[in-house]
Design a protein around this ligand. Structure first.
Ligand SMILES: [Zn+2]
Length: 303
């Protein structure tokens, strides 16, 4: 498997879900091994789309560096990951990625218009050395080694329009585009006042979110279980902050951005530990090699 970027620059603008401010993004091709990088137009600051760049994960995933922030990156990141784009320059003119229709569907259309091009560098998926778990009580996430990337998600909510929704999915590009990318974000009408007071959901409307009143959704649903699908979409977007695809099965219950980021950081630590262990093995083998007069085969420390 090789890395991919886009063929030509494309852009779109719209209102941010939380800031309510208009922003424009321009996506451009990036060289192999560059990864996904946000570039802030006003300051020129570069923010790698990595878990280390996350400065807030309350209601949305915000990345930042040196006081410059970009809010709500998750749906764009999900589209980038779902379409297998590994290297991308994302110029952002504004404080937040546009909400558009509240899903990843418009970003999928934008990336499709840009086209995809294969690069010569190899894609190096991460493999998990051991199972991990974050969270507790009714909100937790577990990740276990697996041949293929898979998500099993349970969403429980007292609201009559949600209830208990359970879904298991082995992502493919087609199922991502048709069954998950169009799932929209959602919010409860009763929380809206407090959220707006706290600077959240200021751009939220029936055009970019499912709004839940006391008895049901105020707008029509795209899927009967659109809520759990959106949770899985958010998870795909946050897992993209690993910087490489992962071969593992994520089993989640009532997660959210904070837990998603906790999981990404736990995976990075576990993979780093594995790398260190492999390096120690290599160093030990080199010692033996020196003593016995041969050089060990390279590649042992490569993960
Ligand atoms: Zn979302």
């Amino acid at each position: 498997m090789r890395q991919h970027t886009i063929r030509k620059p494309v852009g779109i603008e719209g209102v941010g879900l939380h800031s309510g401010k208009v922003a424009r993004i321009t996506l451009a091709p990036a060289p192999a091994d560059a990864g996904i990088v946000f570039r802030v137009r006003s300051t020129g600051e570069r923010i790698p789309a990595r878990a280390e760049s996350v400065v807030n994960s309350h209601y949305a995933t915000t990345v930042g560096v040196n006081g410059t922030r970009i809010q709500t990156v998750e749906h764009l990141m999900a589209a980038v990951s779902g379409l297998g784009i590994d290297n991308l320059d994302i110029e952002v003119d504004g404080p937040e990625i546009p909400a558009l229709d509240g899903s990843a569907k418009p970003f999928v259309a934008l990336l499709a218009a840009a086209g995809r091009v294969q690069q010569s560098a190899r894609l190096r998926p991460l493999t998990l050395p051991c199972p991990l778990r974050v969270g507790g009580g009714g909100r937790w996430m577990q990740i276990v080694p697996s041949e293929r990337f898979r998500i099993t998600y349970t969403l429980d909510n007292d609201h009559p329009a949600i209830g208990t929704q359970v879904l298991s999915w082995t992502p493919s590009e087609r199922s991502f585009v048709e069954e998950f990318a169009p799932a929209r974000t959602y919010g409860f009408l009763k929380d809206l006042g407090l959220m707006r007071k706290n600077g959240l959901a200021r751009g939220g409307s029936l055009d970019n979110a499912i709004v839940l009143g006391n008895r049901g959704a105020l707008n029509g649903l795209r899927y009967r279980d659109e809520f759990v699908r959106h949770k899985m979409l958010d998870l795909v977007g946050d897992l993209a902050l690993l910087g490489r695809p992962i071969r593992a099965h994520v089993i989640a219950r009532n997660g959210g951005h904070a837990l998603n980021i906790e999981l990404v950081l736990a995976v990075q630590r576990a993979v780093g530990l594995e790398r260190r262990a492999a390096l120690e093995v290599t160093a030990a083998a080199e010692d033996v090699g020196r003593r016995e007069g041969f050089v060990p085969a390279p590649g042992l420390a490569v993960i």
